[in-house]
Every structure is written in C-alpha cells, then in structure tokens.
Design a binder for this molecule. Structure first.
Ligand SMILES: Cc1ncc(COP(=O)(O)O)c(C=O)c1O
Length: 384
C-alpha cells in the first residue's frame, strides 16, 4: 500500500506551531500561564453580527449561494472599499473567500507561476512561505529594517531579480506591527509599475492602526489594475472562527479567482455571508471602540517591555509587539521563548518563526486583558 503523502506536503509548515503548542502543553495543566502568544481579537463577535447570522438561519437562507458571494455582500464590499479604502472597484470586482488565508491562497494561485519569485518584506507572517510554495513560487526576502533605513525603493532595487513577478505587501504587518506610510507605499507602487509586478496586498489588520493611518496600495494611481487586495473580517470584527474574507481585483485576475474559489471551496457558507453584510454595513462603531482598547493595551505592554530592557518601538498597527530581546535574553529567539515560558510562565512566539530576520525578537500579543499584561510583566521582572 502506498502510504506516501504527495511531495508538495513534505515541506509545508506546521511543525513550528506544533512545537510552540507542545512546549506549552509540557508545562502541564497546573502551570499558571500568562498567554501572550495568540493572534485572536480581545472581544466576542458583536451581537448584531451574530443576530444577522441567526436570522439568516431562521429564515432558511441556507442553500448554495452564487460562488462569488451573495449579491448583497458583494455590493457591501464594493461600497466599503470605495468609501474606506478609496479603491476604485466596480460591481464585478469583489469575490468572497473563506477568510484571509484562503483569499491569500487563491491570490497566489492566480498570480504565481512555478519558478516565480515573490518579493516580501521580512519578517513576514509564516504561512506566506507555504502559500507561495503551493503555487510553485518561492519567497525573496527583503529585510523590513533595511527597507526603512535605506528607503523602500532602493531596497526593492537591490533584492528584485528577473524572476520576481509578485510583490506581497502586508500593512499593518504581522509580526512587526509596521504600518507603511503613504510615501512608502508610493515608492513601492512606482517600483511595481516600472517592473510590471503584480501586487498582493494583505490588509487583514487594516482597522487596527494607531497613529499612522492605513492606506490601501490599490488606491494609488495606476495600482488598481495590478493589485489583488485581500481582506478578512477576522480581526476587524472579532470573527476569526466565522471564516469570511474577500478579494477586490479587476480582470484578468477576477476570472482566475472565480475559478479558484469555485474549485477550492465552491462558496462560503450562506448564513456567514449575511452576517458579513451586517458587519460591513454597521460595524464602524465597534471598530472605533476596539481600536481605543487595543491602544491602551499596547501602551501598557510596550511600557512594561521597555522597563525590562527590551528594545521596543510602539507598533503602529496590529495587536502585536515585536521587541528585540537580544540584550536581555541572548540572540536565539527559541532560547528566549523557552526561558520566558519556563521561568516566568509567559508564552510568546519566537521571532525566527517569522523568517530569519525575526531572529533575536519575540512576538507578544497585547490582545489580552490588562491584568494579563500586568501579571506577565511582573512575572518577567522577577526572573530577569
Ligand atoms: C498577516 C495576516 N494575514 C492574513 C491573516 C488571515 O486571517 P484569517 O484567515 O483568519 O482571515 C492573518 C491571520 O492571523 C494574518 O496575521
């Protein structure tokens, strides 16, 4: 009997998430853990969104929807991206996906040919490597710090090669919390135009910004045509488990995306789509309240980390802080992770999980109650 999984599975990531989980489990149920390793919003899904899903279920709106999404949701998406993101999308430029990760997968499959390079700023959200690989491409890493120091334009010029076809832009960025400014995005856009690159824009954290406002690269002149803008409701509306996202893109990308969505999931669950209509049309007040709460927690965590001697700029977006911990905990982020977990009971994510440029860092979430932040900082203070 052939018991060999297909080769494409051999190099796909999972082991590092499992390793983090196993290390935490090894501590046993009695360990009082200060859990700062997660990536979940702090809140429950707002009641008006849940109600919209329940209403759809009660009204038997439970059959297959059109594969691209129910017309009401696609209309709400187009209205939202025109108003909020200033993306000049028309009615046929939106497709509903099963969350952001599925949106990214079909975006990679629609744009990357085997052997193509995907330019990406590093450290990067770990699944990007695997999604690119599933499409037959490979990542070409551009260090964030170098790009910020030397300018994005010149960094891109140094790292792009004749094989570079796609440029992945993630702002606000996981894990660094970086938010690209309008000027930085203009430099990136100019470069993409000159080299005829396709841009995949991952805007999962668009609503989680603090001082620097979010700008969608597809809103810049000439960029809509070459950009697949990938969104998700997961973080903005505390809907991680609902699995609803969407992509906005023009032709020829949209025809390719329609085929890929049909052949991967057929269509997103119909009641969840009705919930998404409610979120996109009535969700602004929730987003504003959430942002203020996250900001307060950010300031508390960053203050605490700095007092411990970690080098930590306040993140401009997301709900992660990504300090350099080398001076206090040594150069290896897995050792730093183990030390904080075993001695202080504080769980984080080792920076190297996000690529080689994350080494020497740890990712801490501040999407937790204030008491958890206070207790974690105090526990670290005692052992450092
Ligand atoms: C940078 C980034 N992009 C996309 C996603 C995808 O989110 P989801 O698949 O939950 O919608 C995440 C989730 O953590 C993320 O961190």
């Amino acid at each position: 009997m052939n018991r060999q999984p297909a080769e494409r599975c051999a190099h796909l990531g999972f082991s590092e998430i499992a390793r983090i989980r196993n290390r935490i489990l090894e501590l046993g149920p009695a360990a009082r853990l200060h859990a700062l390793h997660g990536g979940e919003p702090l809140f429950e899904t707002p009641a008006f969104i849940t109600e919209a899903a329940v209403r759809a279920l009660r009204e038997h709106r439970t059959r297959y929807a059109p594969s691209s999404g129910i017309p009401e949701l696609r209309a709400a998406i187009v209205e939202k991206v025109r108003r909020k993101n200033r993306i000049p999308a028309e009615a046929d430029h939106a497709i509903v996906t099963s969350g952001g990760l599925h949106g990214l997968l079909v975006a990679f499959l629609a744009t990357v040919n085997p052997g193509d390079e995907v330019l990406i700023f590093s450290p990067y959200w770990t699944p990007m490597k695997d999604l690119a690989a599933l499409a037959g491409g490979r990542l070409r890493l551009i260090p964030w710090t170098e790009a910020r120091r030397t300018g994005f334009r010149s960094a891109l010029e140094r790292y792009a090669t004749p094989h570079s076809r796609v440029l992945l832009v993630n702002t606000p960025a996981n894990p660094t919390g970086t938010v690209l400014t309008a000027d930085e995005l203009r430099e990136i856009a100019e470069f993409a135009g000159e080299r005829d690159l396709v841009v995949i824009s991952d805007e999962a954290y668009e609503d989680l910004t603090f001082e620097t406002p979010h700008v969608s690269i597809a809103s810049l002149p000439g960029m809509f045509e070459r950009t697949l803008s990938v969104f998700t409701l997961s973080k903005s509306y505390a809907m991680t488990g609902w699995r609803v996202g969407y992509i906005v893109a023009p032709e020829p990308w949209m025809s390719a995306l329609r085929k890929l969505v049909l052949n991967t999931i057929n269509v997103v669950s119909t009641p969840m789509q009705w919930a998404a209509v409610a979120a996109l049309t009535e969700g602004e007040a929730f987003i504003e309240q959430a942002r203020a709460v996250y900001r307060q927690r950010r300031d508390r965590l960053v203050g605490g980390l700095r007092a411990l001697g970690f080098a930590c700029e306040p993140p401009q977006g997301t709900f992660y802080a990504f300090p350099n911990v080398e001076r206090v905990l040594g150069p290896k982020s897995w050792d730093a992770f183990d030390l904080l977990l075993n001695r202080a009971g504080v769980s984080t994510v080792p920076g190297v999980v996000f690529g080689p440029h994350g080494e020497g860092h740890l990712r801490f979430t501040f999407s937790v109650p204030l008491e958890t932040i206070e207790a974690a900082v105090e526990a670290m203070r005692k052992v450092l």
